[in-house]
Design a protein around this ligand. Sequence first.
Ligand SMILES: [Zn+2]
Length: 387
Amino acid sequence: MGSLLITGIGSLVTNDPSLGNGPLGIVTDAAVVVSGEEVVWVGPASRAPAADDAYDAGGRAVIPGFVDSHAHLVFAGDRTAEFDARMSGLPYTAGGIRTTVAATRAASDAELSAGVARLMAEALRQGTTVMECKSGYGLTVEDEARSLRIAAAHTDEVTYLGAHVVPAEYTADAYVELVTGAMLDACAPYARWVDVFCERGAFDGDQARAVLESGVKRGLVPRIHANQLGHGPGVRLAVELGAASADHCTHLTDADVAALASGTTVATLLPGAEFSTRAPYPDARRLLDAGVTVALSTDCNPGSSFTTSMPFCVAVAVREMGMTPDEAVWSATLGGARALRRTDVGRITEGARADLVLLDAPSHVHLAYRPGVPLVSAVWRRGRQVV
Ligand SMILES: [Zn+2]
């Protein structure tokens, strides 16, 4: 594969302030040269070097591919009726997960794999070039291990979430023993991350600590579902354990915010969940003003946030969570990369993976300014045009 010059870029978001204007490092009238899977040159179009092929962006905007750091894609079945009931007034509780567990256990490997592929293709069409994927709808040793095996065939970012909810056939303590014992043994070889749903109705602080610490002993890196439905110990536990990310962060005390600001744990906000459960949104402004690193992600799952659309999350974060368009686009790209501890994605700079999204718009601001409009016009992943 030869080199490719993408030129005529009206506005290029590099996410490298040394390359252009503002925190997004925006270069106007820009060009990018891609060779193999990497970006090899970024700068003004007038100074671009020659390449084997050329693509004219026609004055439109280019941004880094979205990095969706939180998704639950290995599942079967459908929860349309539950959503419909909720929109008619019933509350969201963690228990609905068990409906998906039953359907997932009954599905074949091929059905589950086809589901992951379908959702990842849907996300790619909306500009997502890296997508994390969790287990958590198997909840037996065999079903969790096969969920992770299937996820690992589709992405490098695989998360062991055996501790999603306590299955009906166990007490909480007995299930934690399984998750930190035989299930971990079977799952660790397929996963990079360990996660736990630390919430009333799921796992408490002590149980969450046991799950994460056992994963760390097996070489997994912790991340956590924390403070989604109410206040709890999850966020402070994440910071204490040096977790890569605390996800949801909807209900935070001042001490939680201070803890996040003092550590390296990214706060990953998932506005699709509040949208789909008609719940109050997390306060991104409060976190950003305190100096916390914020990521945006879809939380794609069949119960509480059945969207694969990062542009949708950007628009909601701007409209409802106090983020500027610049902050939301940064959080959906480089913020997601930080939450996955990746330095090769989320930016368009020399040496970065060539994951680029061409918008049918003059600026990245249109992602929030024109909500619900399919603005993604082309996507390159690893240097290859895939949309
Ligand atoms: Zn989740």
